[in-house]
Write a protein that binds this ligand. Structure first.
Ligand code: 6PG
Length: 468
């Protein structure tokens, strides 16, 4: 009794893999799942000498764990999290720690944090990235909650996290819902980069008519350049996969609409609330929604015609240009997400350290990429950096590559290929580097039709004009 270091509620894919990861690192771990079969099979999966126990009874489970108890919930976001907390509460004591390891909506985390604080129980919202494999062999973890209570969790989390140059991809991020917020924005960036990759693929396939083999080779080769990243790497592998039954490339047999669980949408919705511009992530959410309009798109394809052919191009030149454009756009996506975190940290008093965020995103998570080390160094040079585009090294690199994204977009426009992520990356960059935007005209129009008043460049105060 009370001899287990850590408990996990929910022995689905993520729960059981994290638990086995902990067992590999010599922690004694207990699992709770109402499904008897899941509980039993977990104990069988444990290796000789590992202390792994599973039960279907909440009271027994809580009684197994060393005090102050550390218990992580890995159940679907929403009501199941409240249900799991409710089932544990009668047996928990002051000082115990409950960690929600799912993709919970951050205001829910704040509510639970406050509710449990009244009972002197510490609540953590912790984003976990890396999917099934990450959970088993090293995820990136984004915990937020009470700083002192984190010390109880630290040895376990640092042991099981992915490592980059020996440094664990986990750190205490901030108070309240900081962890869930950072994971939400991680997912927003994930949406943006996946959209960008799909556009590059579309341009190569539909626009230039390159063979599937050539496109696959291109992504595989890109992964050996400064574009090195998990999402580019798996794209090469996805494109190389053949269907066992038909012998065709599997990707060509997959329907062209994608579902979404909501984290991308939340990122955009909250960015609007905070007035944090993230146009590529917004576009990525929108393009997934466009993908679902399949019957309309099929009809429109017959009516709204444009010749999609580009002829007379030098293949290797265009691929190089696209590679440079991709780098440019990718940096702009991270820039938008990280800038949103900076704004959110102030708005919600999270106290985020962006250097640490970049550090723990370098490994284990879905958006891990070589460029994260550059961002980490940029925030190391200037912790107050409002936007990584203002870092001289990163900014100069983008300035030198901008001609390529301009050319790539022109090509896509000629070919009639939608490249909303590329376009919004460039529009963001061009807006950000404009010391004077045309918003003076918008101020004037608002005052014209609604007497909303305007501010002037030559005098202090607010003004209204009788325009007509
Ligand atoms: C991760 C992933 C993970 C999940 C996404 C999928 O970091 O491991 O982001 O959290 O795969 O939630 O999101 P959508 O279903 O919205 O595409």
């Amino acid at each position: 009794m009370e001899s287990y270091d850590f408990g996990i509620v929910g022995l689905g894919v993520m729960g059981r893999n994290l638990l086995l990861n902990m067992a590999d690192h010599h922690f004694a771990v207990a699992g709770l799942d109402l499904d008897e079969a899941k509980a039993q099979s977990l104990e069988k999966e444990a290796k000789e000498g590992q202390e792994v126990k599973a039960t279907t009874v909440a009271e027994e489970f809580v009684g197994l764990i060393k005090k102050p108890r550390a218990i992580m919930l890995l159940v679907p976001a929403g009501k199941p999290v409240d249900g799991a907390i409710g089932s544990l509460l009668p047996f928990l004591e002051e000082g115990d720690i409950v960690i929600d390891g799912g993709n919970s909506y951050f205001p829910d985390t704040d509510r639970r944090f406050t509710e449990l604080a009244e009972k002197k129980i510490h609540f953590f919202g912790m984003g976990i990235s890396g999917g099934e494999k990450g959970a088993r062999f090293g995820p990136s973890m984004m915990p937020g909650g009470d700083k002192n209570a984190y010390e109880r969790l630290r040895p376990i989390f640092e042991a099981i996290a992915a490592k980059v140059n020996g440094e664990p991809c986990v750190t205490y991020l901030g108070s309240g819902s900081a962890g869930n917020y950072v994971k939400m924005v991680h997912n927003g960036i994930e949406y943006g980069i996946m959209q960008l990759i799909s556009e590059a693929y579309d341009l190569l396939k539909r626009g230039l008519g390159l063979s599937d083999e050539k496109i696959q080779e291109t992504f595989t080769a890109w992964n050996k350049t400064e574009l090195q990243s998990f999402l580019i790497e798996i794209t090469g592998e996805v494109l190389a996969k053949f269907d066992d039954e038909s012998g065709e490339r599997l990707v060509n047999l997959i329907s062209d609409w994608a579902k979404a669980k909501g984290t991308g949408k939340w990122t955009s919705q909250n960015a609007m609330d905070l007035q944090a511009p993230i146009p590529v992530i917004d576009a990525a959410v929108t393009m997934r929604d466009m993908s679902k309009l399949k019957p309309e798109r099929v009809q429109a394809a017959k009516q709204l015609l444009w010749s999609n052919e580009i002829s007379d191009f030098k293949e290797e030149e265009i691929i190089y240009q696209l590679q440079e454009a991709f780098y440019f756009a990718m940096i702009n996506i991270y820039a938008q997400g990280l800038a949103q975190l900076t704004i959110a940290s102030k708005a919600y008093n999270y106290g985020l350290n962006l250097e640490q965020v970049a550090k723990i995103w370098r490994g284990g998570c879905i958006i891990r990429a070589a460029v994260l080390e550059d961002f980490r160094q940029a925030y190391g040079r200037n912790p107050e950096l409002p936007n990584i585009l203002l870092d001289a090294q990163i900014g100069n690199k983008l300035v030198s590559k901008q001609a390529h994204i301009r050319s790539t977009i022109k090509l896509a426009v000629d070919a009639g290929i939608p490249v909303a992520a590329f376009m919004n990356s460039l529009a963001y960059f061009d807006a950000y580097r404009s010391d004077r935007l045309p918003t003076n005209l918008i101020q004037a129009q608002r005052d014209y039709f609604g007497a909303h008043t305007y501010e002037r460049t030559d005098r202090e105060g607010t003004f209204h004009t009788q325009w007509s």
